[in-house]
Write a protein that binds this ligand. Sequence first.
Ligand code: NAD
Length: 276
Amino acid sequence: MSTNQINKINLELIQKASKMIVDAKSLVILTGAGISTESGIPDFRTPGTGLWSKYNPDDFSHFLHEPSLFWKMIREIGPGFYKAKPNSGHEVIAELDKMGLLNGLITQNIDGLHQKAGSPIVHELHGNATEMKCIACHGRFDIEKIIKNHKSNEDHIPADCPQCGAYLTLNVVLFDQFLPRGPWLESVTLAQKADVMLVAGSSLVVYPANELPIYTLKNNGKLIIINNEETDLDSRAEILLRGQAGKILQDILKEVKNLAKESAPSKEKFKKIKFK
Ligand code: NAD
C-alpha cells in the first residue's frame, strides 16, 4: 500500500477515534515505551536500538552485591532518562487531560515524561528511572542529584539514603518483582470502568500491564491502538492506527478540538473549555 493510501485510511480512522474520545464517558490512556522513542529513549524491542540489546535489566537488582556494575549502568543510562524532554505525544495527552476528557493515564514507562509534559496524575506501573528509592524508608530522590553526589571512586558501594542512611536503589520494577500495589489496583479499576481505552506505543506483550486492555474489553469497553507495528491485541481493537504515535496523537487532538468546539453549546463537559 502506498503512503498516500495509508494516510487516507488513517485520516478516516483518526476522525472515528476522535469521535470516540469526545463521546467517551470514561477515557483511559495506557502508554508504553513507543510513546517515548520520539524523545530519544529507545524501547526494549525495536531491533538494533532496543535497550535489551545492550543491558540486562536484571543486573539492576545487583546494587548490593555488585555495586560497581550497578553504578556503571546507572551512569550510562541515567542521563538519557533525566535529560529527555517530552514530545508531541506526551503533550497531546496532557492537553486532553486539561480539556477534562481523560479519566486516567496509566504508563508502563519509567521516564517521567508524562509528568514533564504536564499530566498531573500518572499511574506508573513500573516505577520511575529518574528517581532512586530507599530500601528501608521508601523515600524517593532525584537521580541526577544522587549521581552527582556519588563520587566515582565510591562506585564499589551503594548510595546512602539522605533521609535515613540505608541503601538506595533505582525506583523501577524488575521482571521478578511485583508491581506497586497502589498504581496497579487503581489501574485495574480505571481499565474496568473505561468505555474507551487508548493504547499508545506498546507491544502489549509485558504482563500484567497487557491485561488492562482486556479488562476494558471484558466490560464492553472499546480499544483504540496506536503503534507502528503489530500488537497482541490488534484483532480486538475498534480502531487501529499504524504509525508514529506523536504525529497521530497531534492529528487526533486537532480533530477532537474541532468536535468539542462544535458540540460545546450542547455538551456540559465542553462548556468550560476556552477554544483558541
Ligand atoms: P515495547 O518495547 O515492548 O513496545 C514498544 C512498541 O512501540 C513496539 O511495538 C514498537 O514498535 C512501538 N513503537 C516504537 N516507537 C514508536 C513510535 N514512535 N510510534 C508508535 N509506536 C512506536 O514497550 P512496552 O510495551 O512499553 O513494554 C516493555 C517495557 O518497556 C515496559 O515494562 C517499560 O517499563 C519498559 N521501557 C520503558 C521505557 C521508557 O520509560 N521510555 C523505555 C524502554 C523500556
